[in-house]
Design a binder for this molecule. Structure first.
Ligand code: NAP
Ligand code: MG
Length: 493
């Protein structure tokens, strides 16, 4: 399939450091693919530790240079708003580029990657002028006769090393960039190696919006080299990571050793609990959306389904029909309802986990196989686990369109099962019974509990995980706190 013209124009082959477009120090590059066809679409630099060094130096210099530190909060807000305007002005180009590189359906690239990024930027831009401390009375009795004026103020945490995954490339980057800019931080962003293209285009637009050189840097490369170099760099004040729990553990350990601030948004195995009072059709539509949205490549994907026994067969049949009827195709194809997995490697991982589910005694009632190639397609899959076995699929994140469904007897047991997970990112409960909904909200160990909806996020609503799903919260006031240090001031007079 030919590359749409706006996307072709935006393909980049260099990375962005200190306002300049650069090759890697050793000149190496790696290929980036279109997951719907398997075709190579670009070559980008494979950053070395030396390149990361240069990017961190640029970010440090920008932190103290008058061009950024000297700006008023309102001036920062203006630049951020201009960037939001430019993102919207280039919506078609950015959405095409994201669909080309990531594979998601074009309307979702428009709504989430582009629309969401502009919304997050504007929301956080509003915060730039609202960062505040407090003043309070203290009772320090020494030396006698001395008075004290005491207060707190928030100061930027400094240089932020932001490492993001490939499932929502532009949006995940913006979840970190927007609050960092609002609070006066500077950023070195490392996009996932699969999906670096929209981040590079964003950097170019940021320069056009008036962001001073060095405030936002984008280093393309792999996690083991560029990512790890960023995490251990002494010039980085805070690491903000979104990705797998496995890598989050490594990053958390490194930051712990270095006493570097760290935020971790990690994996999930989010339960969807359907109570016995709901309309079956609505429950099927809700559960299907919870798992199949973005082809299951969502950290909060509703991948464990618990249905009240009396509705179980109907709901599972309905989901199997949805899965069987789903049209797979390129994200540019208006008929397609689901696109490809992001890479051949990820497709293979999803297929392996799916096969494990069947081998362990799960009953595949829909899907269970790859889609037609050459792209990296996987059929949406429903695995019935009627006997409630401790399948790998119940415990491990698949990050693909694979649902495991279980019947339950009573509310106590389902809440206990829902919480019986190493993860705690999201959970949803589907019911019209207010009392039981609130009971579930109280009991569920999850950073976000949805009722009669799933996967919904907003820049005003804190987001993050309980348990192995992470440390820290993004969005809202929590994000402003996450990108600032709190300084106490004590004046004697
Ligand atoms: P990943 O392997 O953890 O990678 C995430 C990012 O970390 C990529 O940019 C990756 O670089 C980089 N990285 C890998 N190893 C690193 C290391 N040793 N040091 C520093 N950086 C390193 O995850 P993924 O496969 O890209 O994404 C899927 C996973 O992310 C899923 O498990 C999902 O649950 C999780 N996720 C969580 C959230 C959330 O908000 N909680 C959101 C989205 C995704 P390269 O890949 O370029 O090598
Ligand atoms: Mg990766």
């Amino acid at each position: 399939m030919p590359i749409p013209a706006p996307a072709a124009a935006a393909l980049r082959s260099r990375m962005f450091i200190g306002g300049d477009w650069r090759d890697a120090a050793d000149g190496r590059k790696f290929a980036v693919y279109n997951p719907a066809t398997g075709e190579e679409i670009a070559q980008v630099p494979q950053a070395t530790a030396e390149d990361v060094d240069a990017a961190v130096a640029a970010a440090r210099a920008a932190l103290v240079a008058p061009a950024w530190a000297g700006l008023t909060p309102y001036a920062r807000e203006r630049i951020m708003s201009r960037l939001a305007d430019l993102i919207e002005a280039h919506a078609d180009e950015l959405a095409h580029l994201e669909t080309l590189n990531q594979g998601k359906l074009l309307p979702w690239s428009h709504a989430i990657e582009v629309g969401g990024s502009a919304q997050w930027l504007r929301y956080m831009a509003g915060w730039a002028t609202k960062v505040e401390g407090s003043s309070f009375e203290v009772s320090i009795p020494f030396p006698p006769g001395t008075k004290y004026r005491t207060s707190t103020q928030r100061v930027p945490v400094g240089v932020v090393g932001a490492i993001v995954p490939w499932n929502f490339p532009l949006a995940m980057a913006m979840w970190k960039i927007a609050p960092a800019l609002a609070t006066g931080c500077t950023v070195v962003l490392k996009p996932a190696e699969e999906t670096p293209l929209t981040a590079l285009r964003l950097a170019e637009l940021a320069l056009e919006a008036g962001l001073p050189p060095g405030v936002l840097n984008v280093v393309t490369g792999d996690g083991e080299t560029a990512g790890a170099a960023l995490v251990r760099h002494p010039g980085v004040d805070k690491v903000s990571f979104t990705g797998s729990t496995e890598v989050g553990r490594l990053i958390g350990a490194q930051c712990g050793r270095d006493i570097r601030r760290v935020a971790l948004e990690l994996g999930g195995k989010s339960p969807v609990i359907v109570l016995d009072d709901v309309d079956v059709e609505a429950a099927v539509a809700g559960a299907a959306g919870a798992i199949f949205f973005n082809h299951g490549q969502v950290c909060t994907a509703g991948s464990r389904l618990y249905v009240a026994k009396k509705l179980y067969d109907k709901v599972v049949d309905g989901l199997a029909q949805v899965a069987d009827g789903t049209v797979l195709g390129s994200g540019f194809d208006a008929q397609a309802q689901m696109g490809p997995m992001v890479s051949a490697r990820h497709r293979d991982r999803v297929m392996t986990l799916m096969a494990t589910g069947a081998a362990e005694g799960g009953e595949v009632v829909a899907g269970g196989r790859a889609g037609d190639g050459p792209g990296y397609f996987v059929r949406p899959t429903v695995v019935a686990n009627t006997a409630n076995k401790p399948l790998t699929l119940v415990r491990e994140e698949v990050f693909g369109p694979v649902l495991v469904a279980m019947p339950y007897d009573d509310m106590d047991s389902v809440l206990q099962q829902a919480n019986d997970s190493a993860y705690g990112l999201g959970a949803s409960v589907w019911t019209n019974d207010l009392r039981r909904a609130q009971r579930a909200i109280d009991a569920l160990q999850a950073g976000t509990v949805w009722v009669n909806t799933h996967n919904m996020v907003d820049p005003a609503m804190p987001f993050g995980g309980f348990k192995s799903s992470g440390v820290g919260r993004e969005h809202g006031r929590s994000a402003i706190e996450a990108y600032t240090e709190l300084k106490s001031v004590c004046i004697a007079y």
